[in-house]
Design a protein around this ligand. Structure first.
Ligand SMILES: Cc1ncc(C[n+]2csc(CCOP(=O)(O)OP(=O)(O)O)c2C)c(N)n1
Length: 641
């Protein structure tokens, strides 16, 4: 029996001696490597926090003490040590363990938001709550990476934490020098300077231990030196800015030395006020394939980089081509150069790419600045992370009618990363922004077309959104309807029953639906709007020629493309009924993209059933049968409208 199998919770961990802890760390690494290379997930970050997590759970008393994992992608070791070893093989599988902390899984999990840089704010609030409620024996622990520490929220939190002198709050900065890529910016350079300058600790030790022992001159001299400590620090190394902010700083500590970690954490715990413990770790530690991976230390397995054939890569290739023609086009990423497909552009035009760190808000407003300065910035970002920068898009970019193009990767259902990673909000958010134009390509050729059209817009912002995964086959238009592509008209002999408008690749699902319905005598016209905002006015005339309008989108149903179409038709007194299909406005659990779409009722079978029934309701004289296969696949009792 392995040691790990005997750990049901942190209490068991506390019984182990140092040799056993070393063995346990090895066992954990074996399980991480074996499991994550099979299920996929965050490998490098978790390999790097094995000793750190063991030490946290030995020193603190979870769940009485609360541990907040920033981003939460590095919480696998925490899962293994809090009674979830037996289920660990189900990681990121539908119905299995999630890839982030999950309140439903364990009382040891508190924050399951996987958006970075929030932990210090959560921790600040928690510590204040425990103080106010008279629970002084609880300590709050936040574990935050140097990457997440580049996010603005983390700095807003530090500013407040510095003022909350009696908060029992331990901030562990897990500094491995990497986000997905080496962490950028002044903060990263500051941390790196501390990391490589061990003289700092030695000098302070000398001052504390040797000088006070000298009689008479000892204590006063120590006091004097203590007062000028800042000055000494200036001489021997750049200042530790956290202390200048008023936050107690401990470190740097070797994060792979479990015993040292425990000592530092016990000191921090017993201090009674906010303490920042600076821990140095190696991303991917103990697994050469990760340690030596030059792109991202196997931050994710399989690699998150834009693979050939993926939407991200097709976008990246086209941006490269645009960049060759247009020297004014520049790219911005928020710490995700490779996953968003910008690697080739960066290699060709290193001076025209800005990695701003995990700082989406700054990315958007600095793009506004670049646009004001005469450039055309392309902000390449995952849809879910752009949520953060709504006000920046609205006021800093759109209000000023600035030509910024937002390329939203992972728009729609993303799959295995679960609720906080689905890009199901942008379609609705963009509808709110005056002057924002949004495009949804259906295939690779349309990415190129629409990206070029977006880059030509000079009087306001544009969006190009596409999902995760690989692009499908190309589908050519058979006709134009305004600026839209008509992909299918009813076969000879069938009437104009349904006008089906599918946003982005959902129009391909629309083609499958049309095939199914044709078999049941229902004529469907399938249209790809290409631009989903503003809605093309040509839809009004087309709607009048059909008995039912159907919209399908890979976005939340509320306030999305479908609602915009329905509003357009209402505004033009077109009284043809409209059915809008999209994702239910819920936090959708993890599963493969297809599993999640199926559960949301967005498979072609399920949609064909609903559309058939809707047509039948409008044709009492000739009741149309539903396709048998669609009826079988219908979800039970799930509202789709
Ligand atoms: C707001 C936001 N933007 C981007 C991401 C994508 N992301 C996940 S982990 C990560 C890097 C985190 O680096 P760090 O905090 O240093 O942790 P490490 O993986 O190095 O342990 C990024 C950019 C995110 N989760 N949240």
């Amino acid at each position: 029996m392995t040691l790990l199998e005997c750990i049901d919770g942190p209490e068991d961990l506390k019984k182990l001696n140092q040799d056993q802890l070393t063995r346990l760390a090895g066992e954990i690494r074996d399980v991480l490597i074996e499991t994550v290379t099979r299920t996929g997930g965050h490998l490098g970050p978790n390999l790097g926090v094995v000793e750190l997590t063991i030490a946290v759970h030995r020193v603190f008393d979870s769940p009485k003490d609360r541990i907040v994992w920033d981003t939460g992608h590095q919480a696998y070791v925490h899962k293994l040590l809090t009674g979830r070893f037996a289920q660990f093989g189900t990681l990121r599988q539908r119905g299995g363990l999630t890839g982030y902390p999950s309140r439903a899984e364990s009382e040891h999990d508190l924050v399951e938001n996987s958006h970075a840089s929030t932990s210090l704010s959560y921790a600040d609030g928690l510590a204040k709550a425990y103080k106010l409620r008279g629970e002084p024996d609880r300590t709050v622990v936040a574990v935050i990476g140097d990457g997440a520490l580049t996010g603005g929220m983390a700095w807003e939190a530090l500013n407040n934490i510095a003022a909350a002198k009696d908060s029992r709050l331990v901030m562990i900065v897990n500094d491995n020098g990497w986000s997905y890529q080496p962490t950028i910016g002044g903060l990263a350079e500051h941390l790196a300077a501390i990391r490589v300058n061990p003289r700092y600790e030695h000098v302070l030790d000398y001052i504390k231990t040797t000088l006070p022992r000298a009689p008479l001159v000892g204590p006063p001299l120590y006091g004097t030196l203590h007062r000028v400590k800042k000055g000494i620090k200036d001489v021997i190394q750049p200042q530790v800015m956290f202390e200048d902010l008023g936050i107690k700083y401990v470190g740097p500590i070797d994060g792979h030395d479990e015993r040292l970690m425990e000592t530092a954490l016990r000191h921090a715990r017993d201090f009674g006020g906010p303490v920042l413990v600076h821990v140095i770790t190696k991303k991917g530690f103990g697994y050469p394939a990760a340690e030596q991976n030059e792109i991202d230390c196997l931050h994710q397995f399989p690699a998150a980089g834009a693979q050939p054939g993926s939407w991200s890569r097709v976008f990246g290739d086209e941006l490269l081509a645009i960049g060759a023609r247009r020297p004014d086009v520049v790219a911005i990423t928020a710490a995700m150069l490779h996953p968003t497909g910008l690697a080739q552009f960066a290699a060709a035009y290193p001076d025209r790419v800005y990695d701003v760190g995990i700082a989406e808000q700054h990315a958007v407003t600095s793009a506004a600045g670049l646009a004001l300065g005469g450039l055309h910035p392309v902000v390449a970002i995952y849809s879910t992370f752009l949520n953060r920068a709504f006000d920046q898009m609205l006021m800093d970019v759109a209000l000023h009618r600035l030509p910024v193009t937002f390329v939203l990767d992972r728009a729609g259902v993303t799959g295995l990363d679960g609720a906080s990673h689905h890009g199901m909000w942008d379609g609705s958010i963009m509808q709110l922004i005056p002057g924002m134009k949004t495009a949804a390509p259906r295939d690779a050729k349309r990415i190129a077309e629409l990206l070029n059209e977006a880059a030509e817009v000079s009087d306001g912002p544009t969006v190009v959104r596409f999902p995760k995964g690989n692009v499908g086959g190309e589908v050519e238009a058979i006709a134009k309807l305004g600026g839209m592509d008509v992909l299918r008209v009813p076969a000879a002999g069938l009437g104009g029953d349904v006008l089906l408008v599918g946003a982005g690749p959902m129009v391909l699902t629309g083609l499958e639906i049309a095939d199914r319905l044709a078999g049941h005598g229902i004529g469907v016209t399938v249209v790809d709007p290409r631009w989903t905002k503003p809605v093309d006015a040509a839809l009004t005339g087309a709607a009048r020629r059909h008995r039912l309008v159907v919209t399908i989108e890979d976005n939340g149903r509320v306030g999305g493309f479908g609602d915009a179409v329905a509003r357009l038709l209402r505004d033009h007194d077109v009284d043809v009924p409209v059915k809008t299909f999209g994702l239910p406005q819920e936090f959708l659990a993890h599963g493969t993209r297809q599993e999640v779409l199926d559960e949301a009722g967005l498979s072609s079978q399920q949609l064909a059933l609903h559309i058939t029934e809707a047509v039948a309701r409008r044709s009492p004289a000739e009741v149309l049968p539903a396709p048998a296969d669609a009826r079988e696949a219908a979800p039970e009792g799930r509202p789709v409208e």
